[in-house]
Design a binder for this molecule. Structure first.
Ligand SMILES: [Zn+2]
Length: 445
C-alpha cells in the first residue's frame, strides 16, 4: 500500500487501523472515548490486547507494576530486549489514538515481521504501560514509574475512589506490589514509543513524523494569596485586601515570564495557569483567599530554576501591593528527559532512507518514555494529529499517518536488531564471544 506521502508501506495499514477502531470501541458508551485506568472498560481493553498479542504469537504477562507485556523471544538469548510501547488508558472523554497508537504500532511490527519471515535476534517486548494519564489516585505514568523503579511507598499510599490505595488498585488489576522490585528492568537495549503529536507543528509544516529531542520536565507551583474577606457592597475600594486581584496579577506574571523564557535561547519553555480557586466564591463577597497552580514545561532544567528565581520576587511585590500574604509550594518537579542520541540519529537516517519527511521536536507533554529513559536508551516518534487536538473526542489521525510512523519504527527495529546484536555481546563481556566487527555501536548509556 502507498501512503498519501508516496511512501510504500511494509506494514499492513488496514490491519493496524482495524485494531485501532476495535480498541476504541471499548469505551464508556455515554462518554466516548473513555477507558479510564483501573476501570472495568480498561480491563476489557486489556483483554482485547491480550487476545491480539496471543494471536500474534506473543507470550503475554502482567508485571508486578501492572504493565501488560507481550514478548517475542529473540534468536540470541544473550541479547537484551528491544521494547516498544505506550498506554491504553485515556483521559475522560479522551481520544482514540493517544497512547493506543503506540501499543498497536508495536503489535503491527511483530505481525509484519512474521509476514515477511523476519526473525529478530533480540527479544522484542510490546508494553501497555499502566495508567499513563492522571489516574483517580492522583498519579500519572504509574506503570512506567514502576518499571523505572521510582514508584515509591509514598506514591503507592495515595488514596483513590472509595478509599482504595494505589497499591491495592495495582494488585486488583493483576499486579503485585509486594514484588514491585521485579518490575524494574535493566535488560532493555532500546525503548521506542510512537505517539500522536498532541500539537499542531507536524500538520502545519506538512511533515510526516516528528523525532523527539526531549520530553519536557513538568514543574507545578502552587501560589496562595491570603487577603481579607468583606461585603462587596459596603467595604470601600481603598484598603481592600482582595486575593482575587493578586491572583489575576500573578497569572499575568506567570504568562509574561514564561513568554520571555520561551523567546530566549533556552530551548522549549511553556507556562500555564490552569487552576484558579477564589474563596469563598460569592458574587457579593470580596475574596479572602485565592489559589492558583502554574504548570511549567522545560526542555532544559536550568530554565525552570531561572523561572522560579524570577517569578518569586514578582509574586512578593504583588502580594505587598494587594495587602495579601503569600505562600508558595512546589507540588511536583520532574526533570526533562533527553531522548537517546543514537536512536534519534537512527530514526533520522531511516526516515531519510524511506523518503519521508521528519522534524526534530520537543515533547511538551509527558510520556512513559520519560520514565523508561531512566533505565534504557529511549526515543519517540510523533505522528500528526488533526488540528493538533488531543484529550478530546475530536482527536484524529489519518490511517496513513499512523501507518507511516509505524513503518518507520519497523525499519528502525530491524536496523537496530541487525546492527547491535554483536555490540551488545561485547558490552556484556560474555566469555568466549568476540564480535569480529569492532565498530559495532554501543547500545547502552
Ligand atoms: Zn499518551
Amino acid at each position: 500500500m502507498v501512503t498519501p506521502a508516496g511512501h510504500t508501506l511494509t506494514i499492513d495499514q488496514d490491519r493496524l487501523w482495524s485494531d485501532l477502531t476495535g480498541l476504541a470501541a471499548i469505551t464508556e458508551p455515554d462518554r466516548p472515548w473513555t477507558r479510564r485506568s483501573f476501570s472495568p472498560r480498561f480491563l476489557e481493553g486489556r483483554a482485547f490486547l491480550t487476545r491480539r498479542f496471543q494471536e500474534a504469537g506473543l507470550a503475554v504477562r502482567l508485571d508486578a507494576a501492572g504493565n501488560l507485556i507481550g514478548r517475542l523471544a529473540g534468536q540470541d538469548p544473550q541479547a537484551p530486549v528491544i521494547m516498544i510501547g505506550s498506554h491504553s488508558d485515556t483521559v475522560p472523554s479522551g481520544g482514540r489514538f493517544d497512547g493506543v497508537a503506540g501499543v498497536l504500532a508495536g503489535l503491527e511490527i511483530i505481525r509484519a515481521a512474521a509476514d515477511a519471515g523476519i526473525r529478530f535476534n533480540h527479544t522484542i517486548e510490546i508494553v501497555d504501560f499502566l495508567a499513563e494519564e492522571p489516574s483517580d489516585y492522583g498519579l500519572s505514568c504509574v506503570g512506567s514509574r514502576g518499571m523505572a523503579g521510582v514508584l515509591s511507598e509514598d506514591l503507592l499510599g495515595l488514596g483513590g475512589p472509595g478509599g482504595e490505595t494505589l497499591a491495592a488498585a495495582i494488585d486488583r488489576i493483576g499486579g503485585d506490589v509486594s514484588r514491585l522490585h521485579e518490575a524494574k528492568r535493566d535488560d532493555v537495549a532500546a525503548f521506542l514509543e510512537l505517539h500522536i503529536e498532541q500539537g499542531p507543528v507536524l500538520e502545519c509544516t506538512g511533515t510526516d513524523v516528528g523525532i523527539v529531542t526531549a520530553i519536557a520536565g513538568v514543574t507545578r507551583l502552587e501560589i496562595v494569596f491570603k487577603g481579607a474577606t468583606g461585603h462587596a457592597g459596603t467595604v470601600p475600594m481603598p484598603g481592600r485586601r482582595d486575593a482575587s486581584v493578586a491572583a489575576a496579577k500573578a497569572i499575568l506574571a506567570v504568562r509574561d515570564t514564561a513568554a520571555t523564557m520561551a523567546a530566549g535561547d533556552n530551548g522549549y519553555f511553556a507556562g500555564t495557569t490552569g487552576v484558579v480557586d477564589i474563596l469563598p466564591g460569592g458574587a457579593n463577597v470580596i475574596p479572602g483567599e485565592s489559589r492558583i497552580i502554574a504548570d511549567l514545561r522545560c526542555e532544559r532544567r536550568d530554565t525552570v530554576t531561572a523561572f522560579l528565581a524570577t517569578i518569586k520576587p514578582q509574586l512578593e511585590r504583588i502580594a505587598d501591593s494587594e495587602g495579601c500574604e503569600l505562600a508558595t509550594r512546589l507540588l511536583s518537579d520532574n526533570p526533562p528527559a533527553d531522548c537517546d542520541t543514537d536512536l534519534r540519529r537512527l530514526l533520522e537516517a531511516m526516515s531519510e532512507a524511506m523518503g519521508i519527511s521528519s522534524l526534530s521536536l520537543t515533547s511538551g507533554a509527558g510520556h512513559d518514555a520519560a520514565f523508561v529513559s531512566r533505565i534504557a536508551p529511549a526515543a519517540m516518534v510523533f505522528v500528526p494529529c488533526r488540528g493538533g487536538l488531543s484529550h478530546c473526542p475530536e482527536e484524529w489521525s489519518e490511517p496513513g499517518q499512523i501507518a507511516t510512523g509505524t513503518d518507520l519504527l519497523f525499519k528502525v527495529v530491524q536496523n537496530f536488531d541487525a546492527r547491535n546484536s554483536r555490540g551488545i555481546l561485547r558490552d556484556k563481556q560474555i566469555d568466549g564471544v568476540r564480535p569480529d566487527d569492532a565498530t559495532a555501536p554501543r547500545h547502552t548509556g
